[in-house]
Design a protein around this ligand. Structure first.
Ligand SMILES: *[C@@H]1O[C@H](CO)[C@@H](O)[C@H](O)[C@H]1NC(C)=O
Ligand SMILES: *[C@@H]1O[C@H](CO)[C@@H](O)[C@H](O)[C@H]1NC(C)=O
Ligand SMILES: *[C@@H]1O[C@H](CO)[C@@H](O)[C@H](O)[C@H]1NC(C)=O
Ligand SMILES: *[C@@H]1O[C@H](CO)[C@@H](O)[C@H](O)[C@H]1NC(C)=O
Ligand SMILES: *[C@@H]1O[C@H](CO)[C@@H](O)[C@H](O)[C@H]1NC(C)=O
Length: 438
């Protein structure tokens, strides 16, 4: 197979790769699109509906609209945008009343939805900071409230007053952090039809002190994880625990977008789709899958030892670029891959990447790699397995690392797959897809 290689990284992205691979945190994104009837301006708007009911209604309406439009060949089902930004995937939502637009990292590896808020000791961002005083629907949450207890590391702004504001402090795997007030506010999502839908009383973080591996295009994180405070969990039963996204390749133009779908539209099916059980661990934000082995040009290496013993041995994370494996297993994989490549290894100029080649003289053929999850074989493309780090160097997008953080199935290996999560059926599905056209 001729090698088509991947993307070039900005130097920012390189630091992002290294810092996030060390851990768990960042990524991926979405915005919802809704329908006319749920607009606050619509005569059908019901301010007493809970967020879940409102999304359910939106989906129901959109489903009937889809049927209605079938004859005209249009599909107006609910979906939203995931925007590529140098290795991160951002999604746009609006926060507060009146709606204030926010572009933030869409992250299946964490739960809290937060943005940078005034007054702020913040990292630099292009957009203005959110001012909670300007939102009529913003309301801080007291530290006695259940939402405050659902998050670790919260405290009371006045330690003697349980009705004082809930102060949160979240640190991600790469040591990025956010601290601020926990609050309720309205989140507004857009829809394919362009009509906004408002979800009142969503628990959000208003971050007054934030720093880490963020870039100035994003204003916080939209947590899409498995825990109670994630946007997915707060949208509730209305979406049936289902969503899907498609991450465009890094080679796609910066700013290209793809879609995130919710509810039944998030179901991934078809002859090329494969599904694997989703493993939930108690009170954990992560979505775990079970990795059984990896094949290199058809030669299979099975996981072994303690890595093989537990179901749910790897986290699927849209926010971390590289795929991180235990060092023993990675060593076998690296040997298998390098034995198939007729070229001399080069030193990586980037600390952390562990298998690199100089491809400035000629194209390098890389082997076919298939990832074997329980009952799902995912055949990767060269763009998933090797990244062009600079003009001369391509590097393997898998690394070996031991330590506290769990193994991670990162976002580079997910590019150009439609990835569907069904938290009710407890499955994750993969379907090869050209995400620039999805
Ligand atoms: C939002 O919560 C507040 C109390 O925190 C309540 O008064 C209000 O009715 C709720 N609004 C909706 C639409 O559920
Ligand atoms: C998201 O971005 C699109 C395209 O710029 C815009 O039309 C939409 O209104 C935005 N959605 C929200 C919720 O701000
Ligand atoms: C918000 O309003 C309060 C009370 O008027 C004021 O003390 C505070 O400085 C304002 N905050 C911002 C960020 O404008
Ligand atoms: C790996 O595991 C699979 C499934 O359990 C088994 O069929 C296969 O023989 C094993 N292969 C090797 C090389 O151990
Ligand atoms: C390996 O690469 C060298 C240099 O490009 C070439 O001469 C040789 O034929 C290649 N060997 C194989 C087995 O492809």
């Amino acid at each position: 197979m001729a090698v088509t290689i991947i993307a070039s990284f900005s130097s920012f992205f390189l630091s992002l790769i290294l810092s996030t691979a060390a851990t768990t945190a960042k990524t991926s994104g979405f915005s919802v699109e809704l329908i006319h009837r749920d607009s606050p301006k619509s005569p059908f708007y019901n301010p007493l509906e809970s967020p879940s009911q409102r999304v359910a209604n939106a989906l129901r309406h959109s489903i009937s609209r889809t049927h209605h439009f079938l004859s005209s060949g249009k599909n107006d089902a609910p979906r939203s945008n995931i925007i590529s930004n140098a290795g991160q995937y951002l999604m746009n939502i609006s926060l507060g009343t009146p709606p204030f637009p926010i572009l933030a990292i869409a992250d299946t590896g964490s739960d809290l939805v937060w943005t940078q808020c005034e007054p702020c000791q913040c990292y630099k961002q292009d957009a203005p900071f959110y001012n909670p005083n300007s939102s009529s629907t913003y309301k801080t949450i007291p530290c006695s409230a259940t939402q405050c207890k659902k998050l670790q590391g919260t405290s009371c702004s006045d330690e003697f007053d349980p009705e004082s504001t809930c102060i949160y402090s979240v640190t991600y795997g790469d040591q990025s952090f956010t601290n601020g007030d926990l609050a309720l506010d309205t989140i507004t999502l857009s829809s394919t039809s362009g009509q906004p839908v408002a979800l009142p009383n969503i628990t959000v973080g208003c971050g007054n002190n934030n720093d880490g591996t963020f870039n100035e295009r994003g204003s916080g994180i939209i947590g899409l994880g498995a825990g109670d405070l994630s946007l997915i969990s707060q949208m509730g039963k209305s979406i049936g625990g289902k969503f899907s996204y498609c991450l465009v390749p890094l080679t796609a133009t910066i700013g290209s977008s793809s879609k995130i779908n919710f509810g039944s539209n998030g179901i991934v099916s078809g002859p090329e789709a494969v599904s694997t059980p989703l493993v939930r661990k108690t009170s954990d934000s992560f979505y775990y899958l079970t990795l059984e082995g990896i094949s290199v040009d058809g030669e299979r290496i099975n996981v072994s030892g303690s890595f093989a013993l537990s179901k749910g041995n790897i986290v699927i994370d849209s926010g971390t670029p590289l795929t991180v494996l235990p060092t023993n297993f990675f060593a076998l994989l690296k040997d298998a891959v390098s034995s198939k490549i007729n070229a001399t290894q080069s030193e990586s100029t980037v600390q952390g990447l562990q298998l690199c080649y100089d491809n400035s003289e000629r194209d390098i053929k890389v082997p076919d790699i298939t990832v074997h999850f329980t009952s799902a074989d995912v055949k990767l493309k060269p763009l998933n397995t090797f990244v062009q780090v600079n003009k001369k160097l391509i590097c393997f997008s898998f690394i070996g690392r031991d330590g506290g953080a769990p193994p991670i199935y990162g976002n580079l290996v997910q590019m150009n797959f439609l990835v569907g999560y069904d938290t009710q059926e407890q499955t994750v599905s993969f379907k090869p897809t050209d995400c620039t056209k999805a």
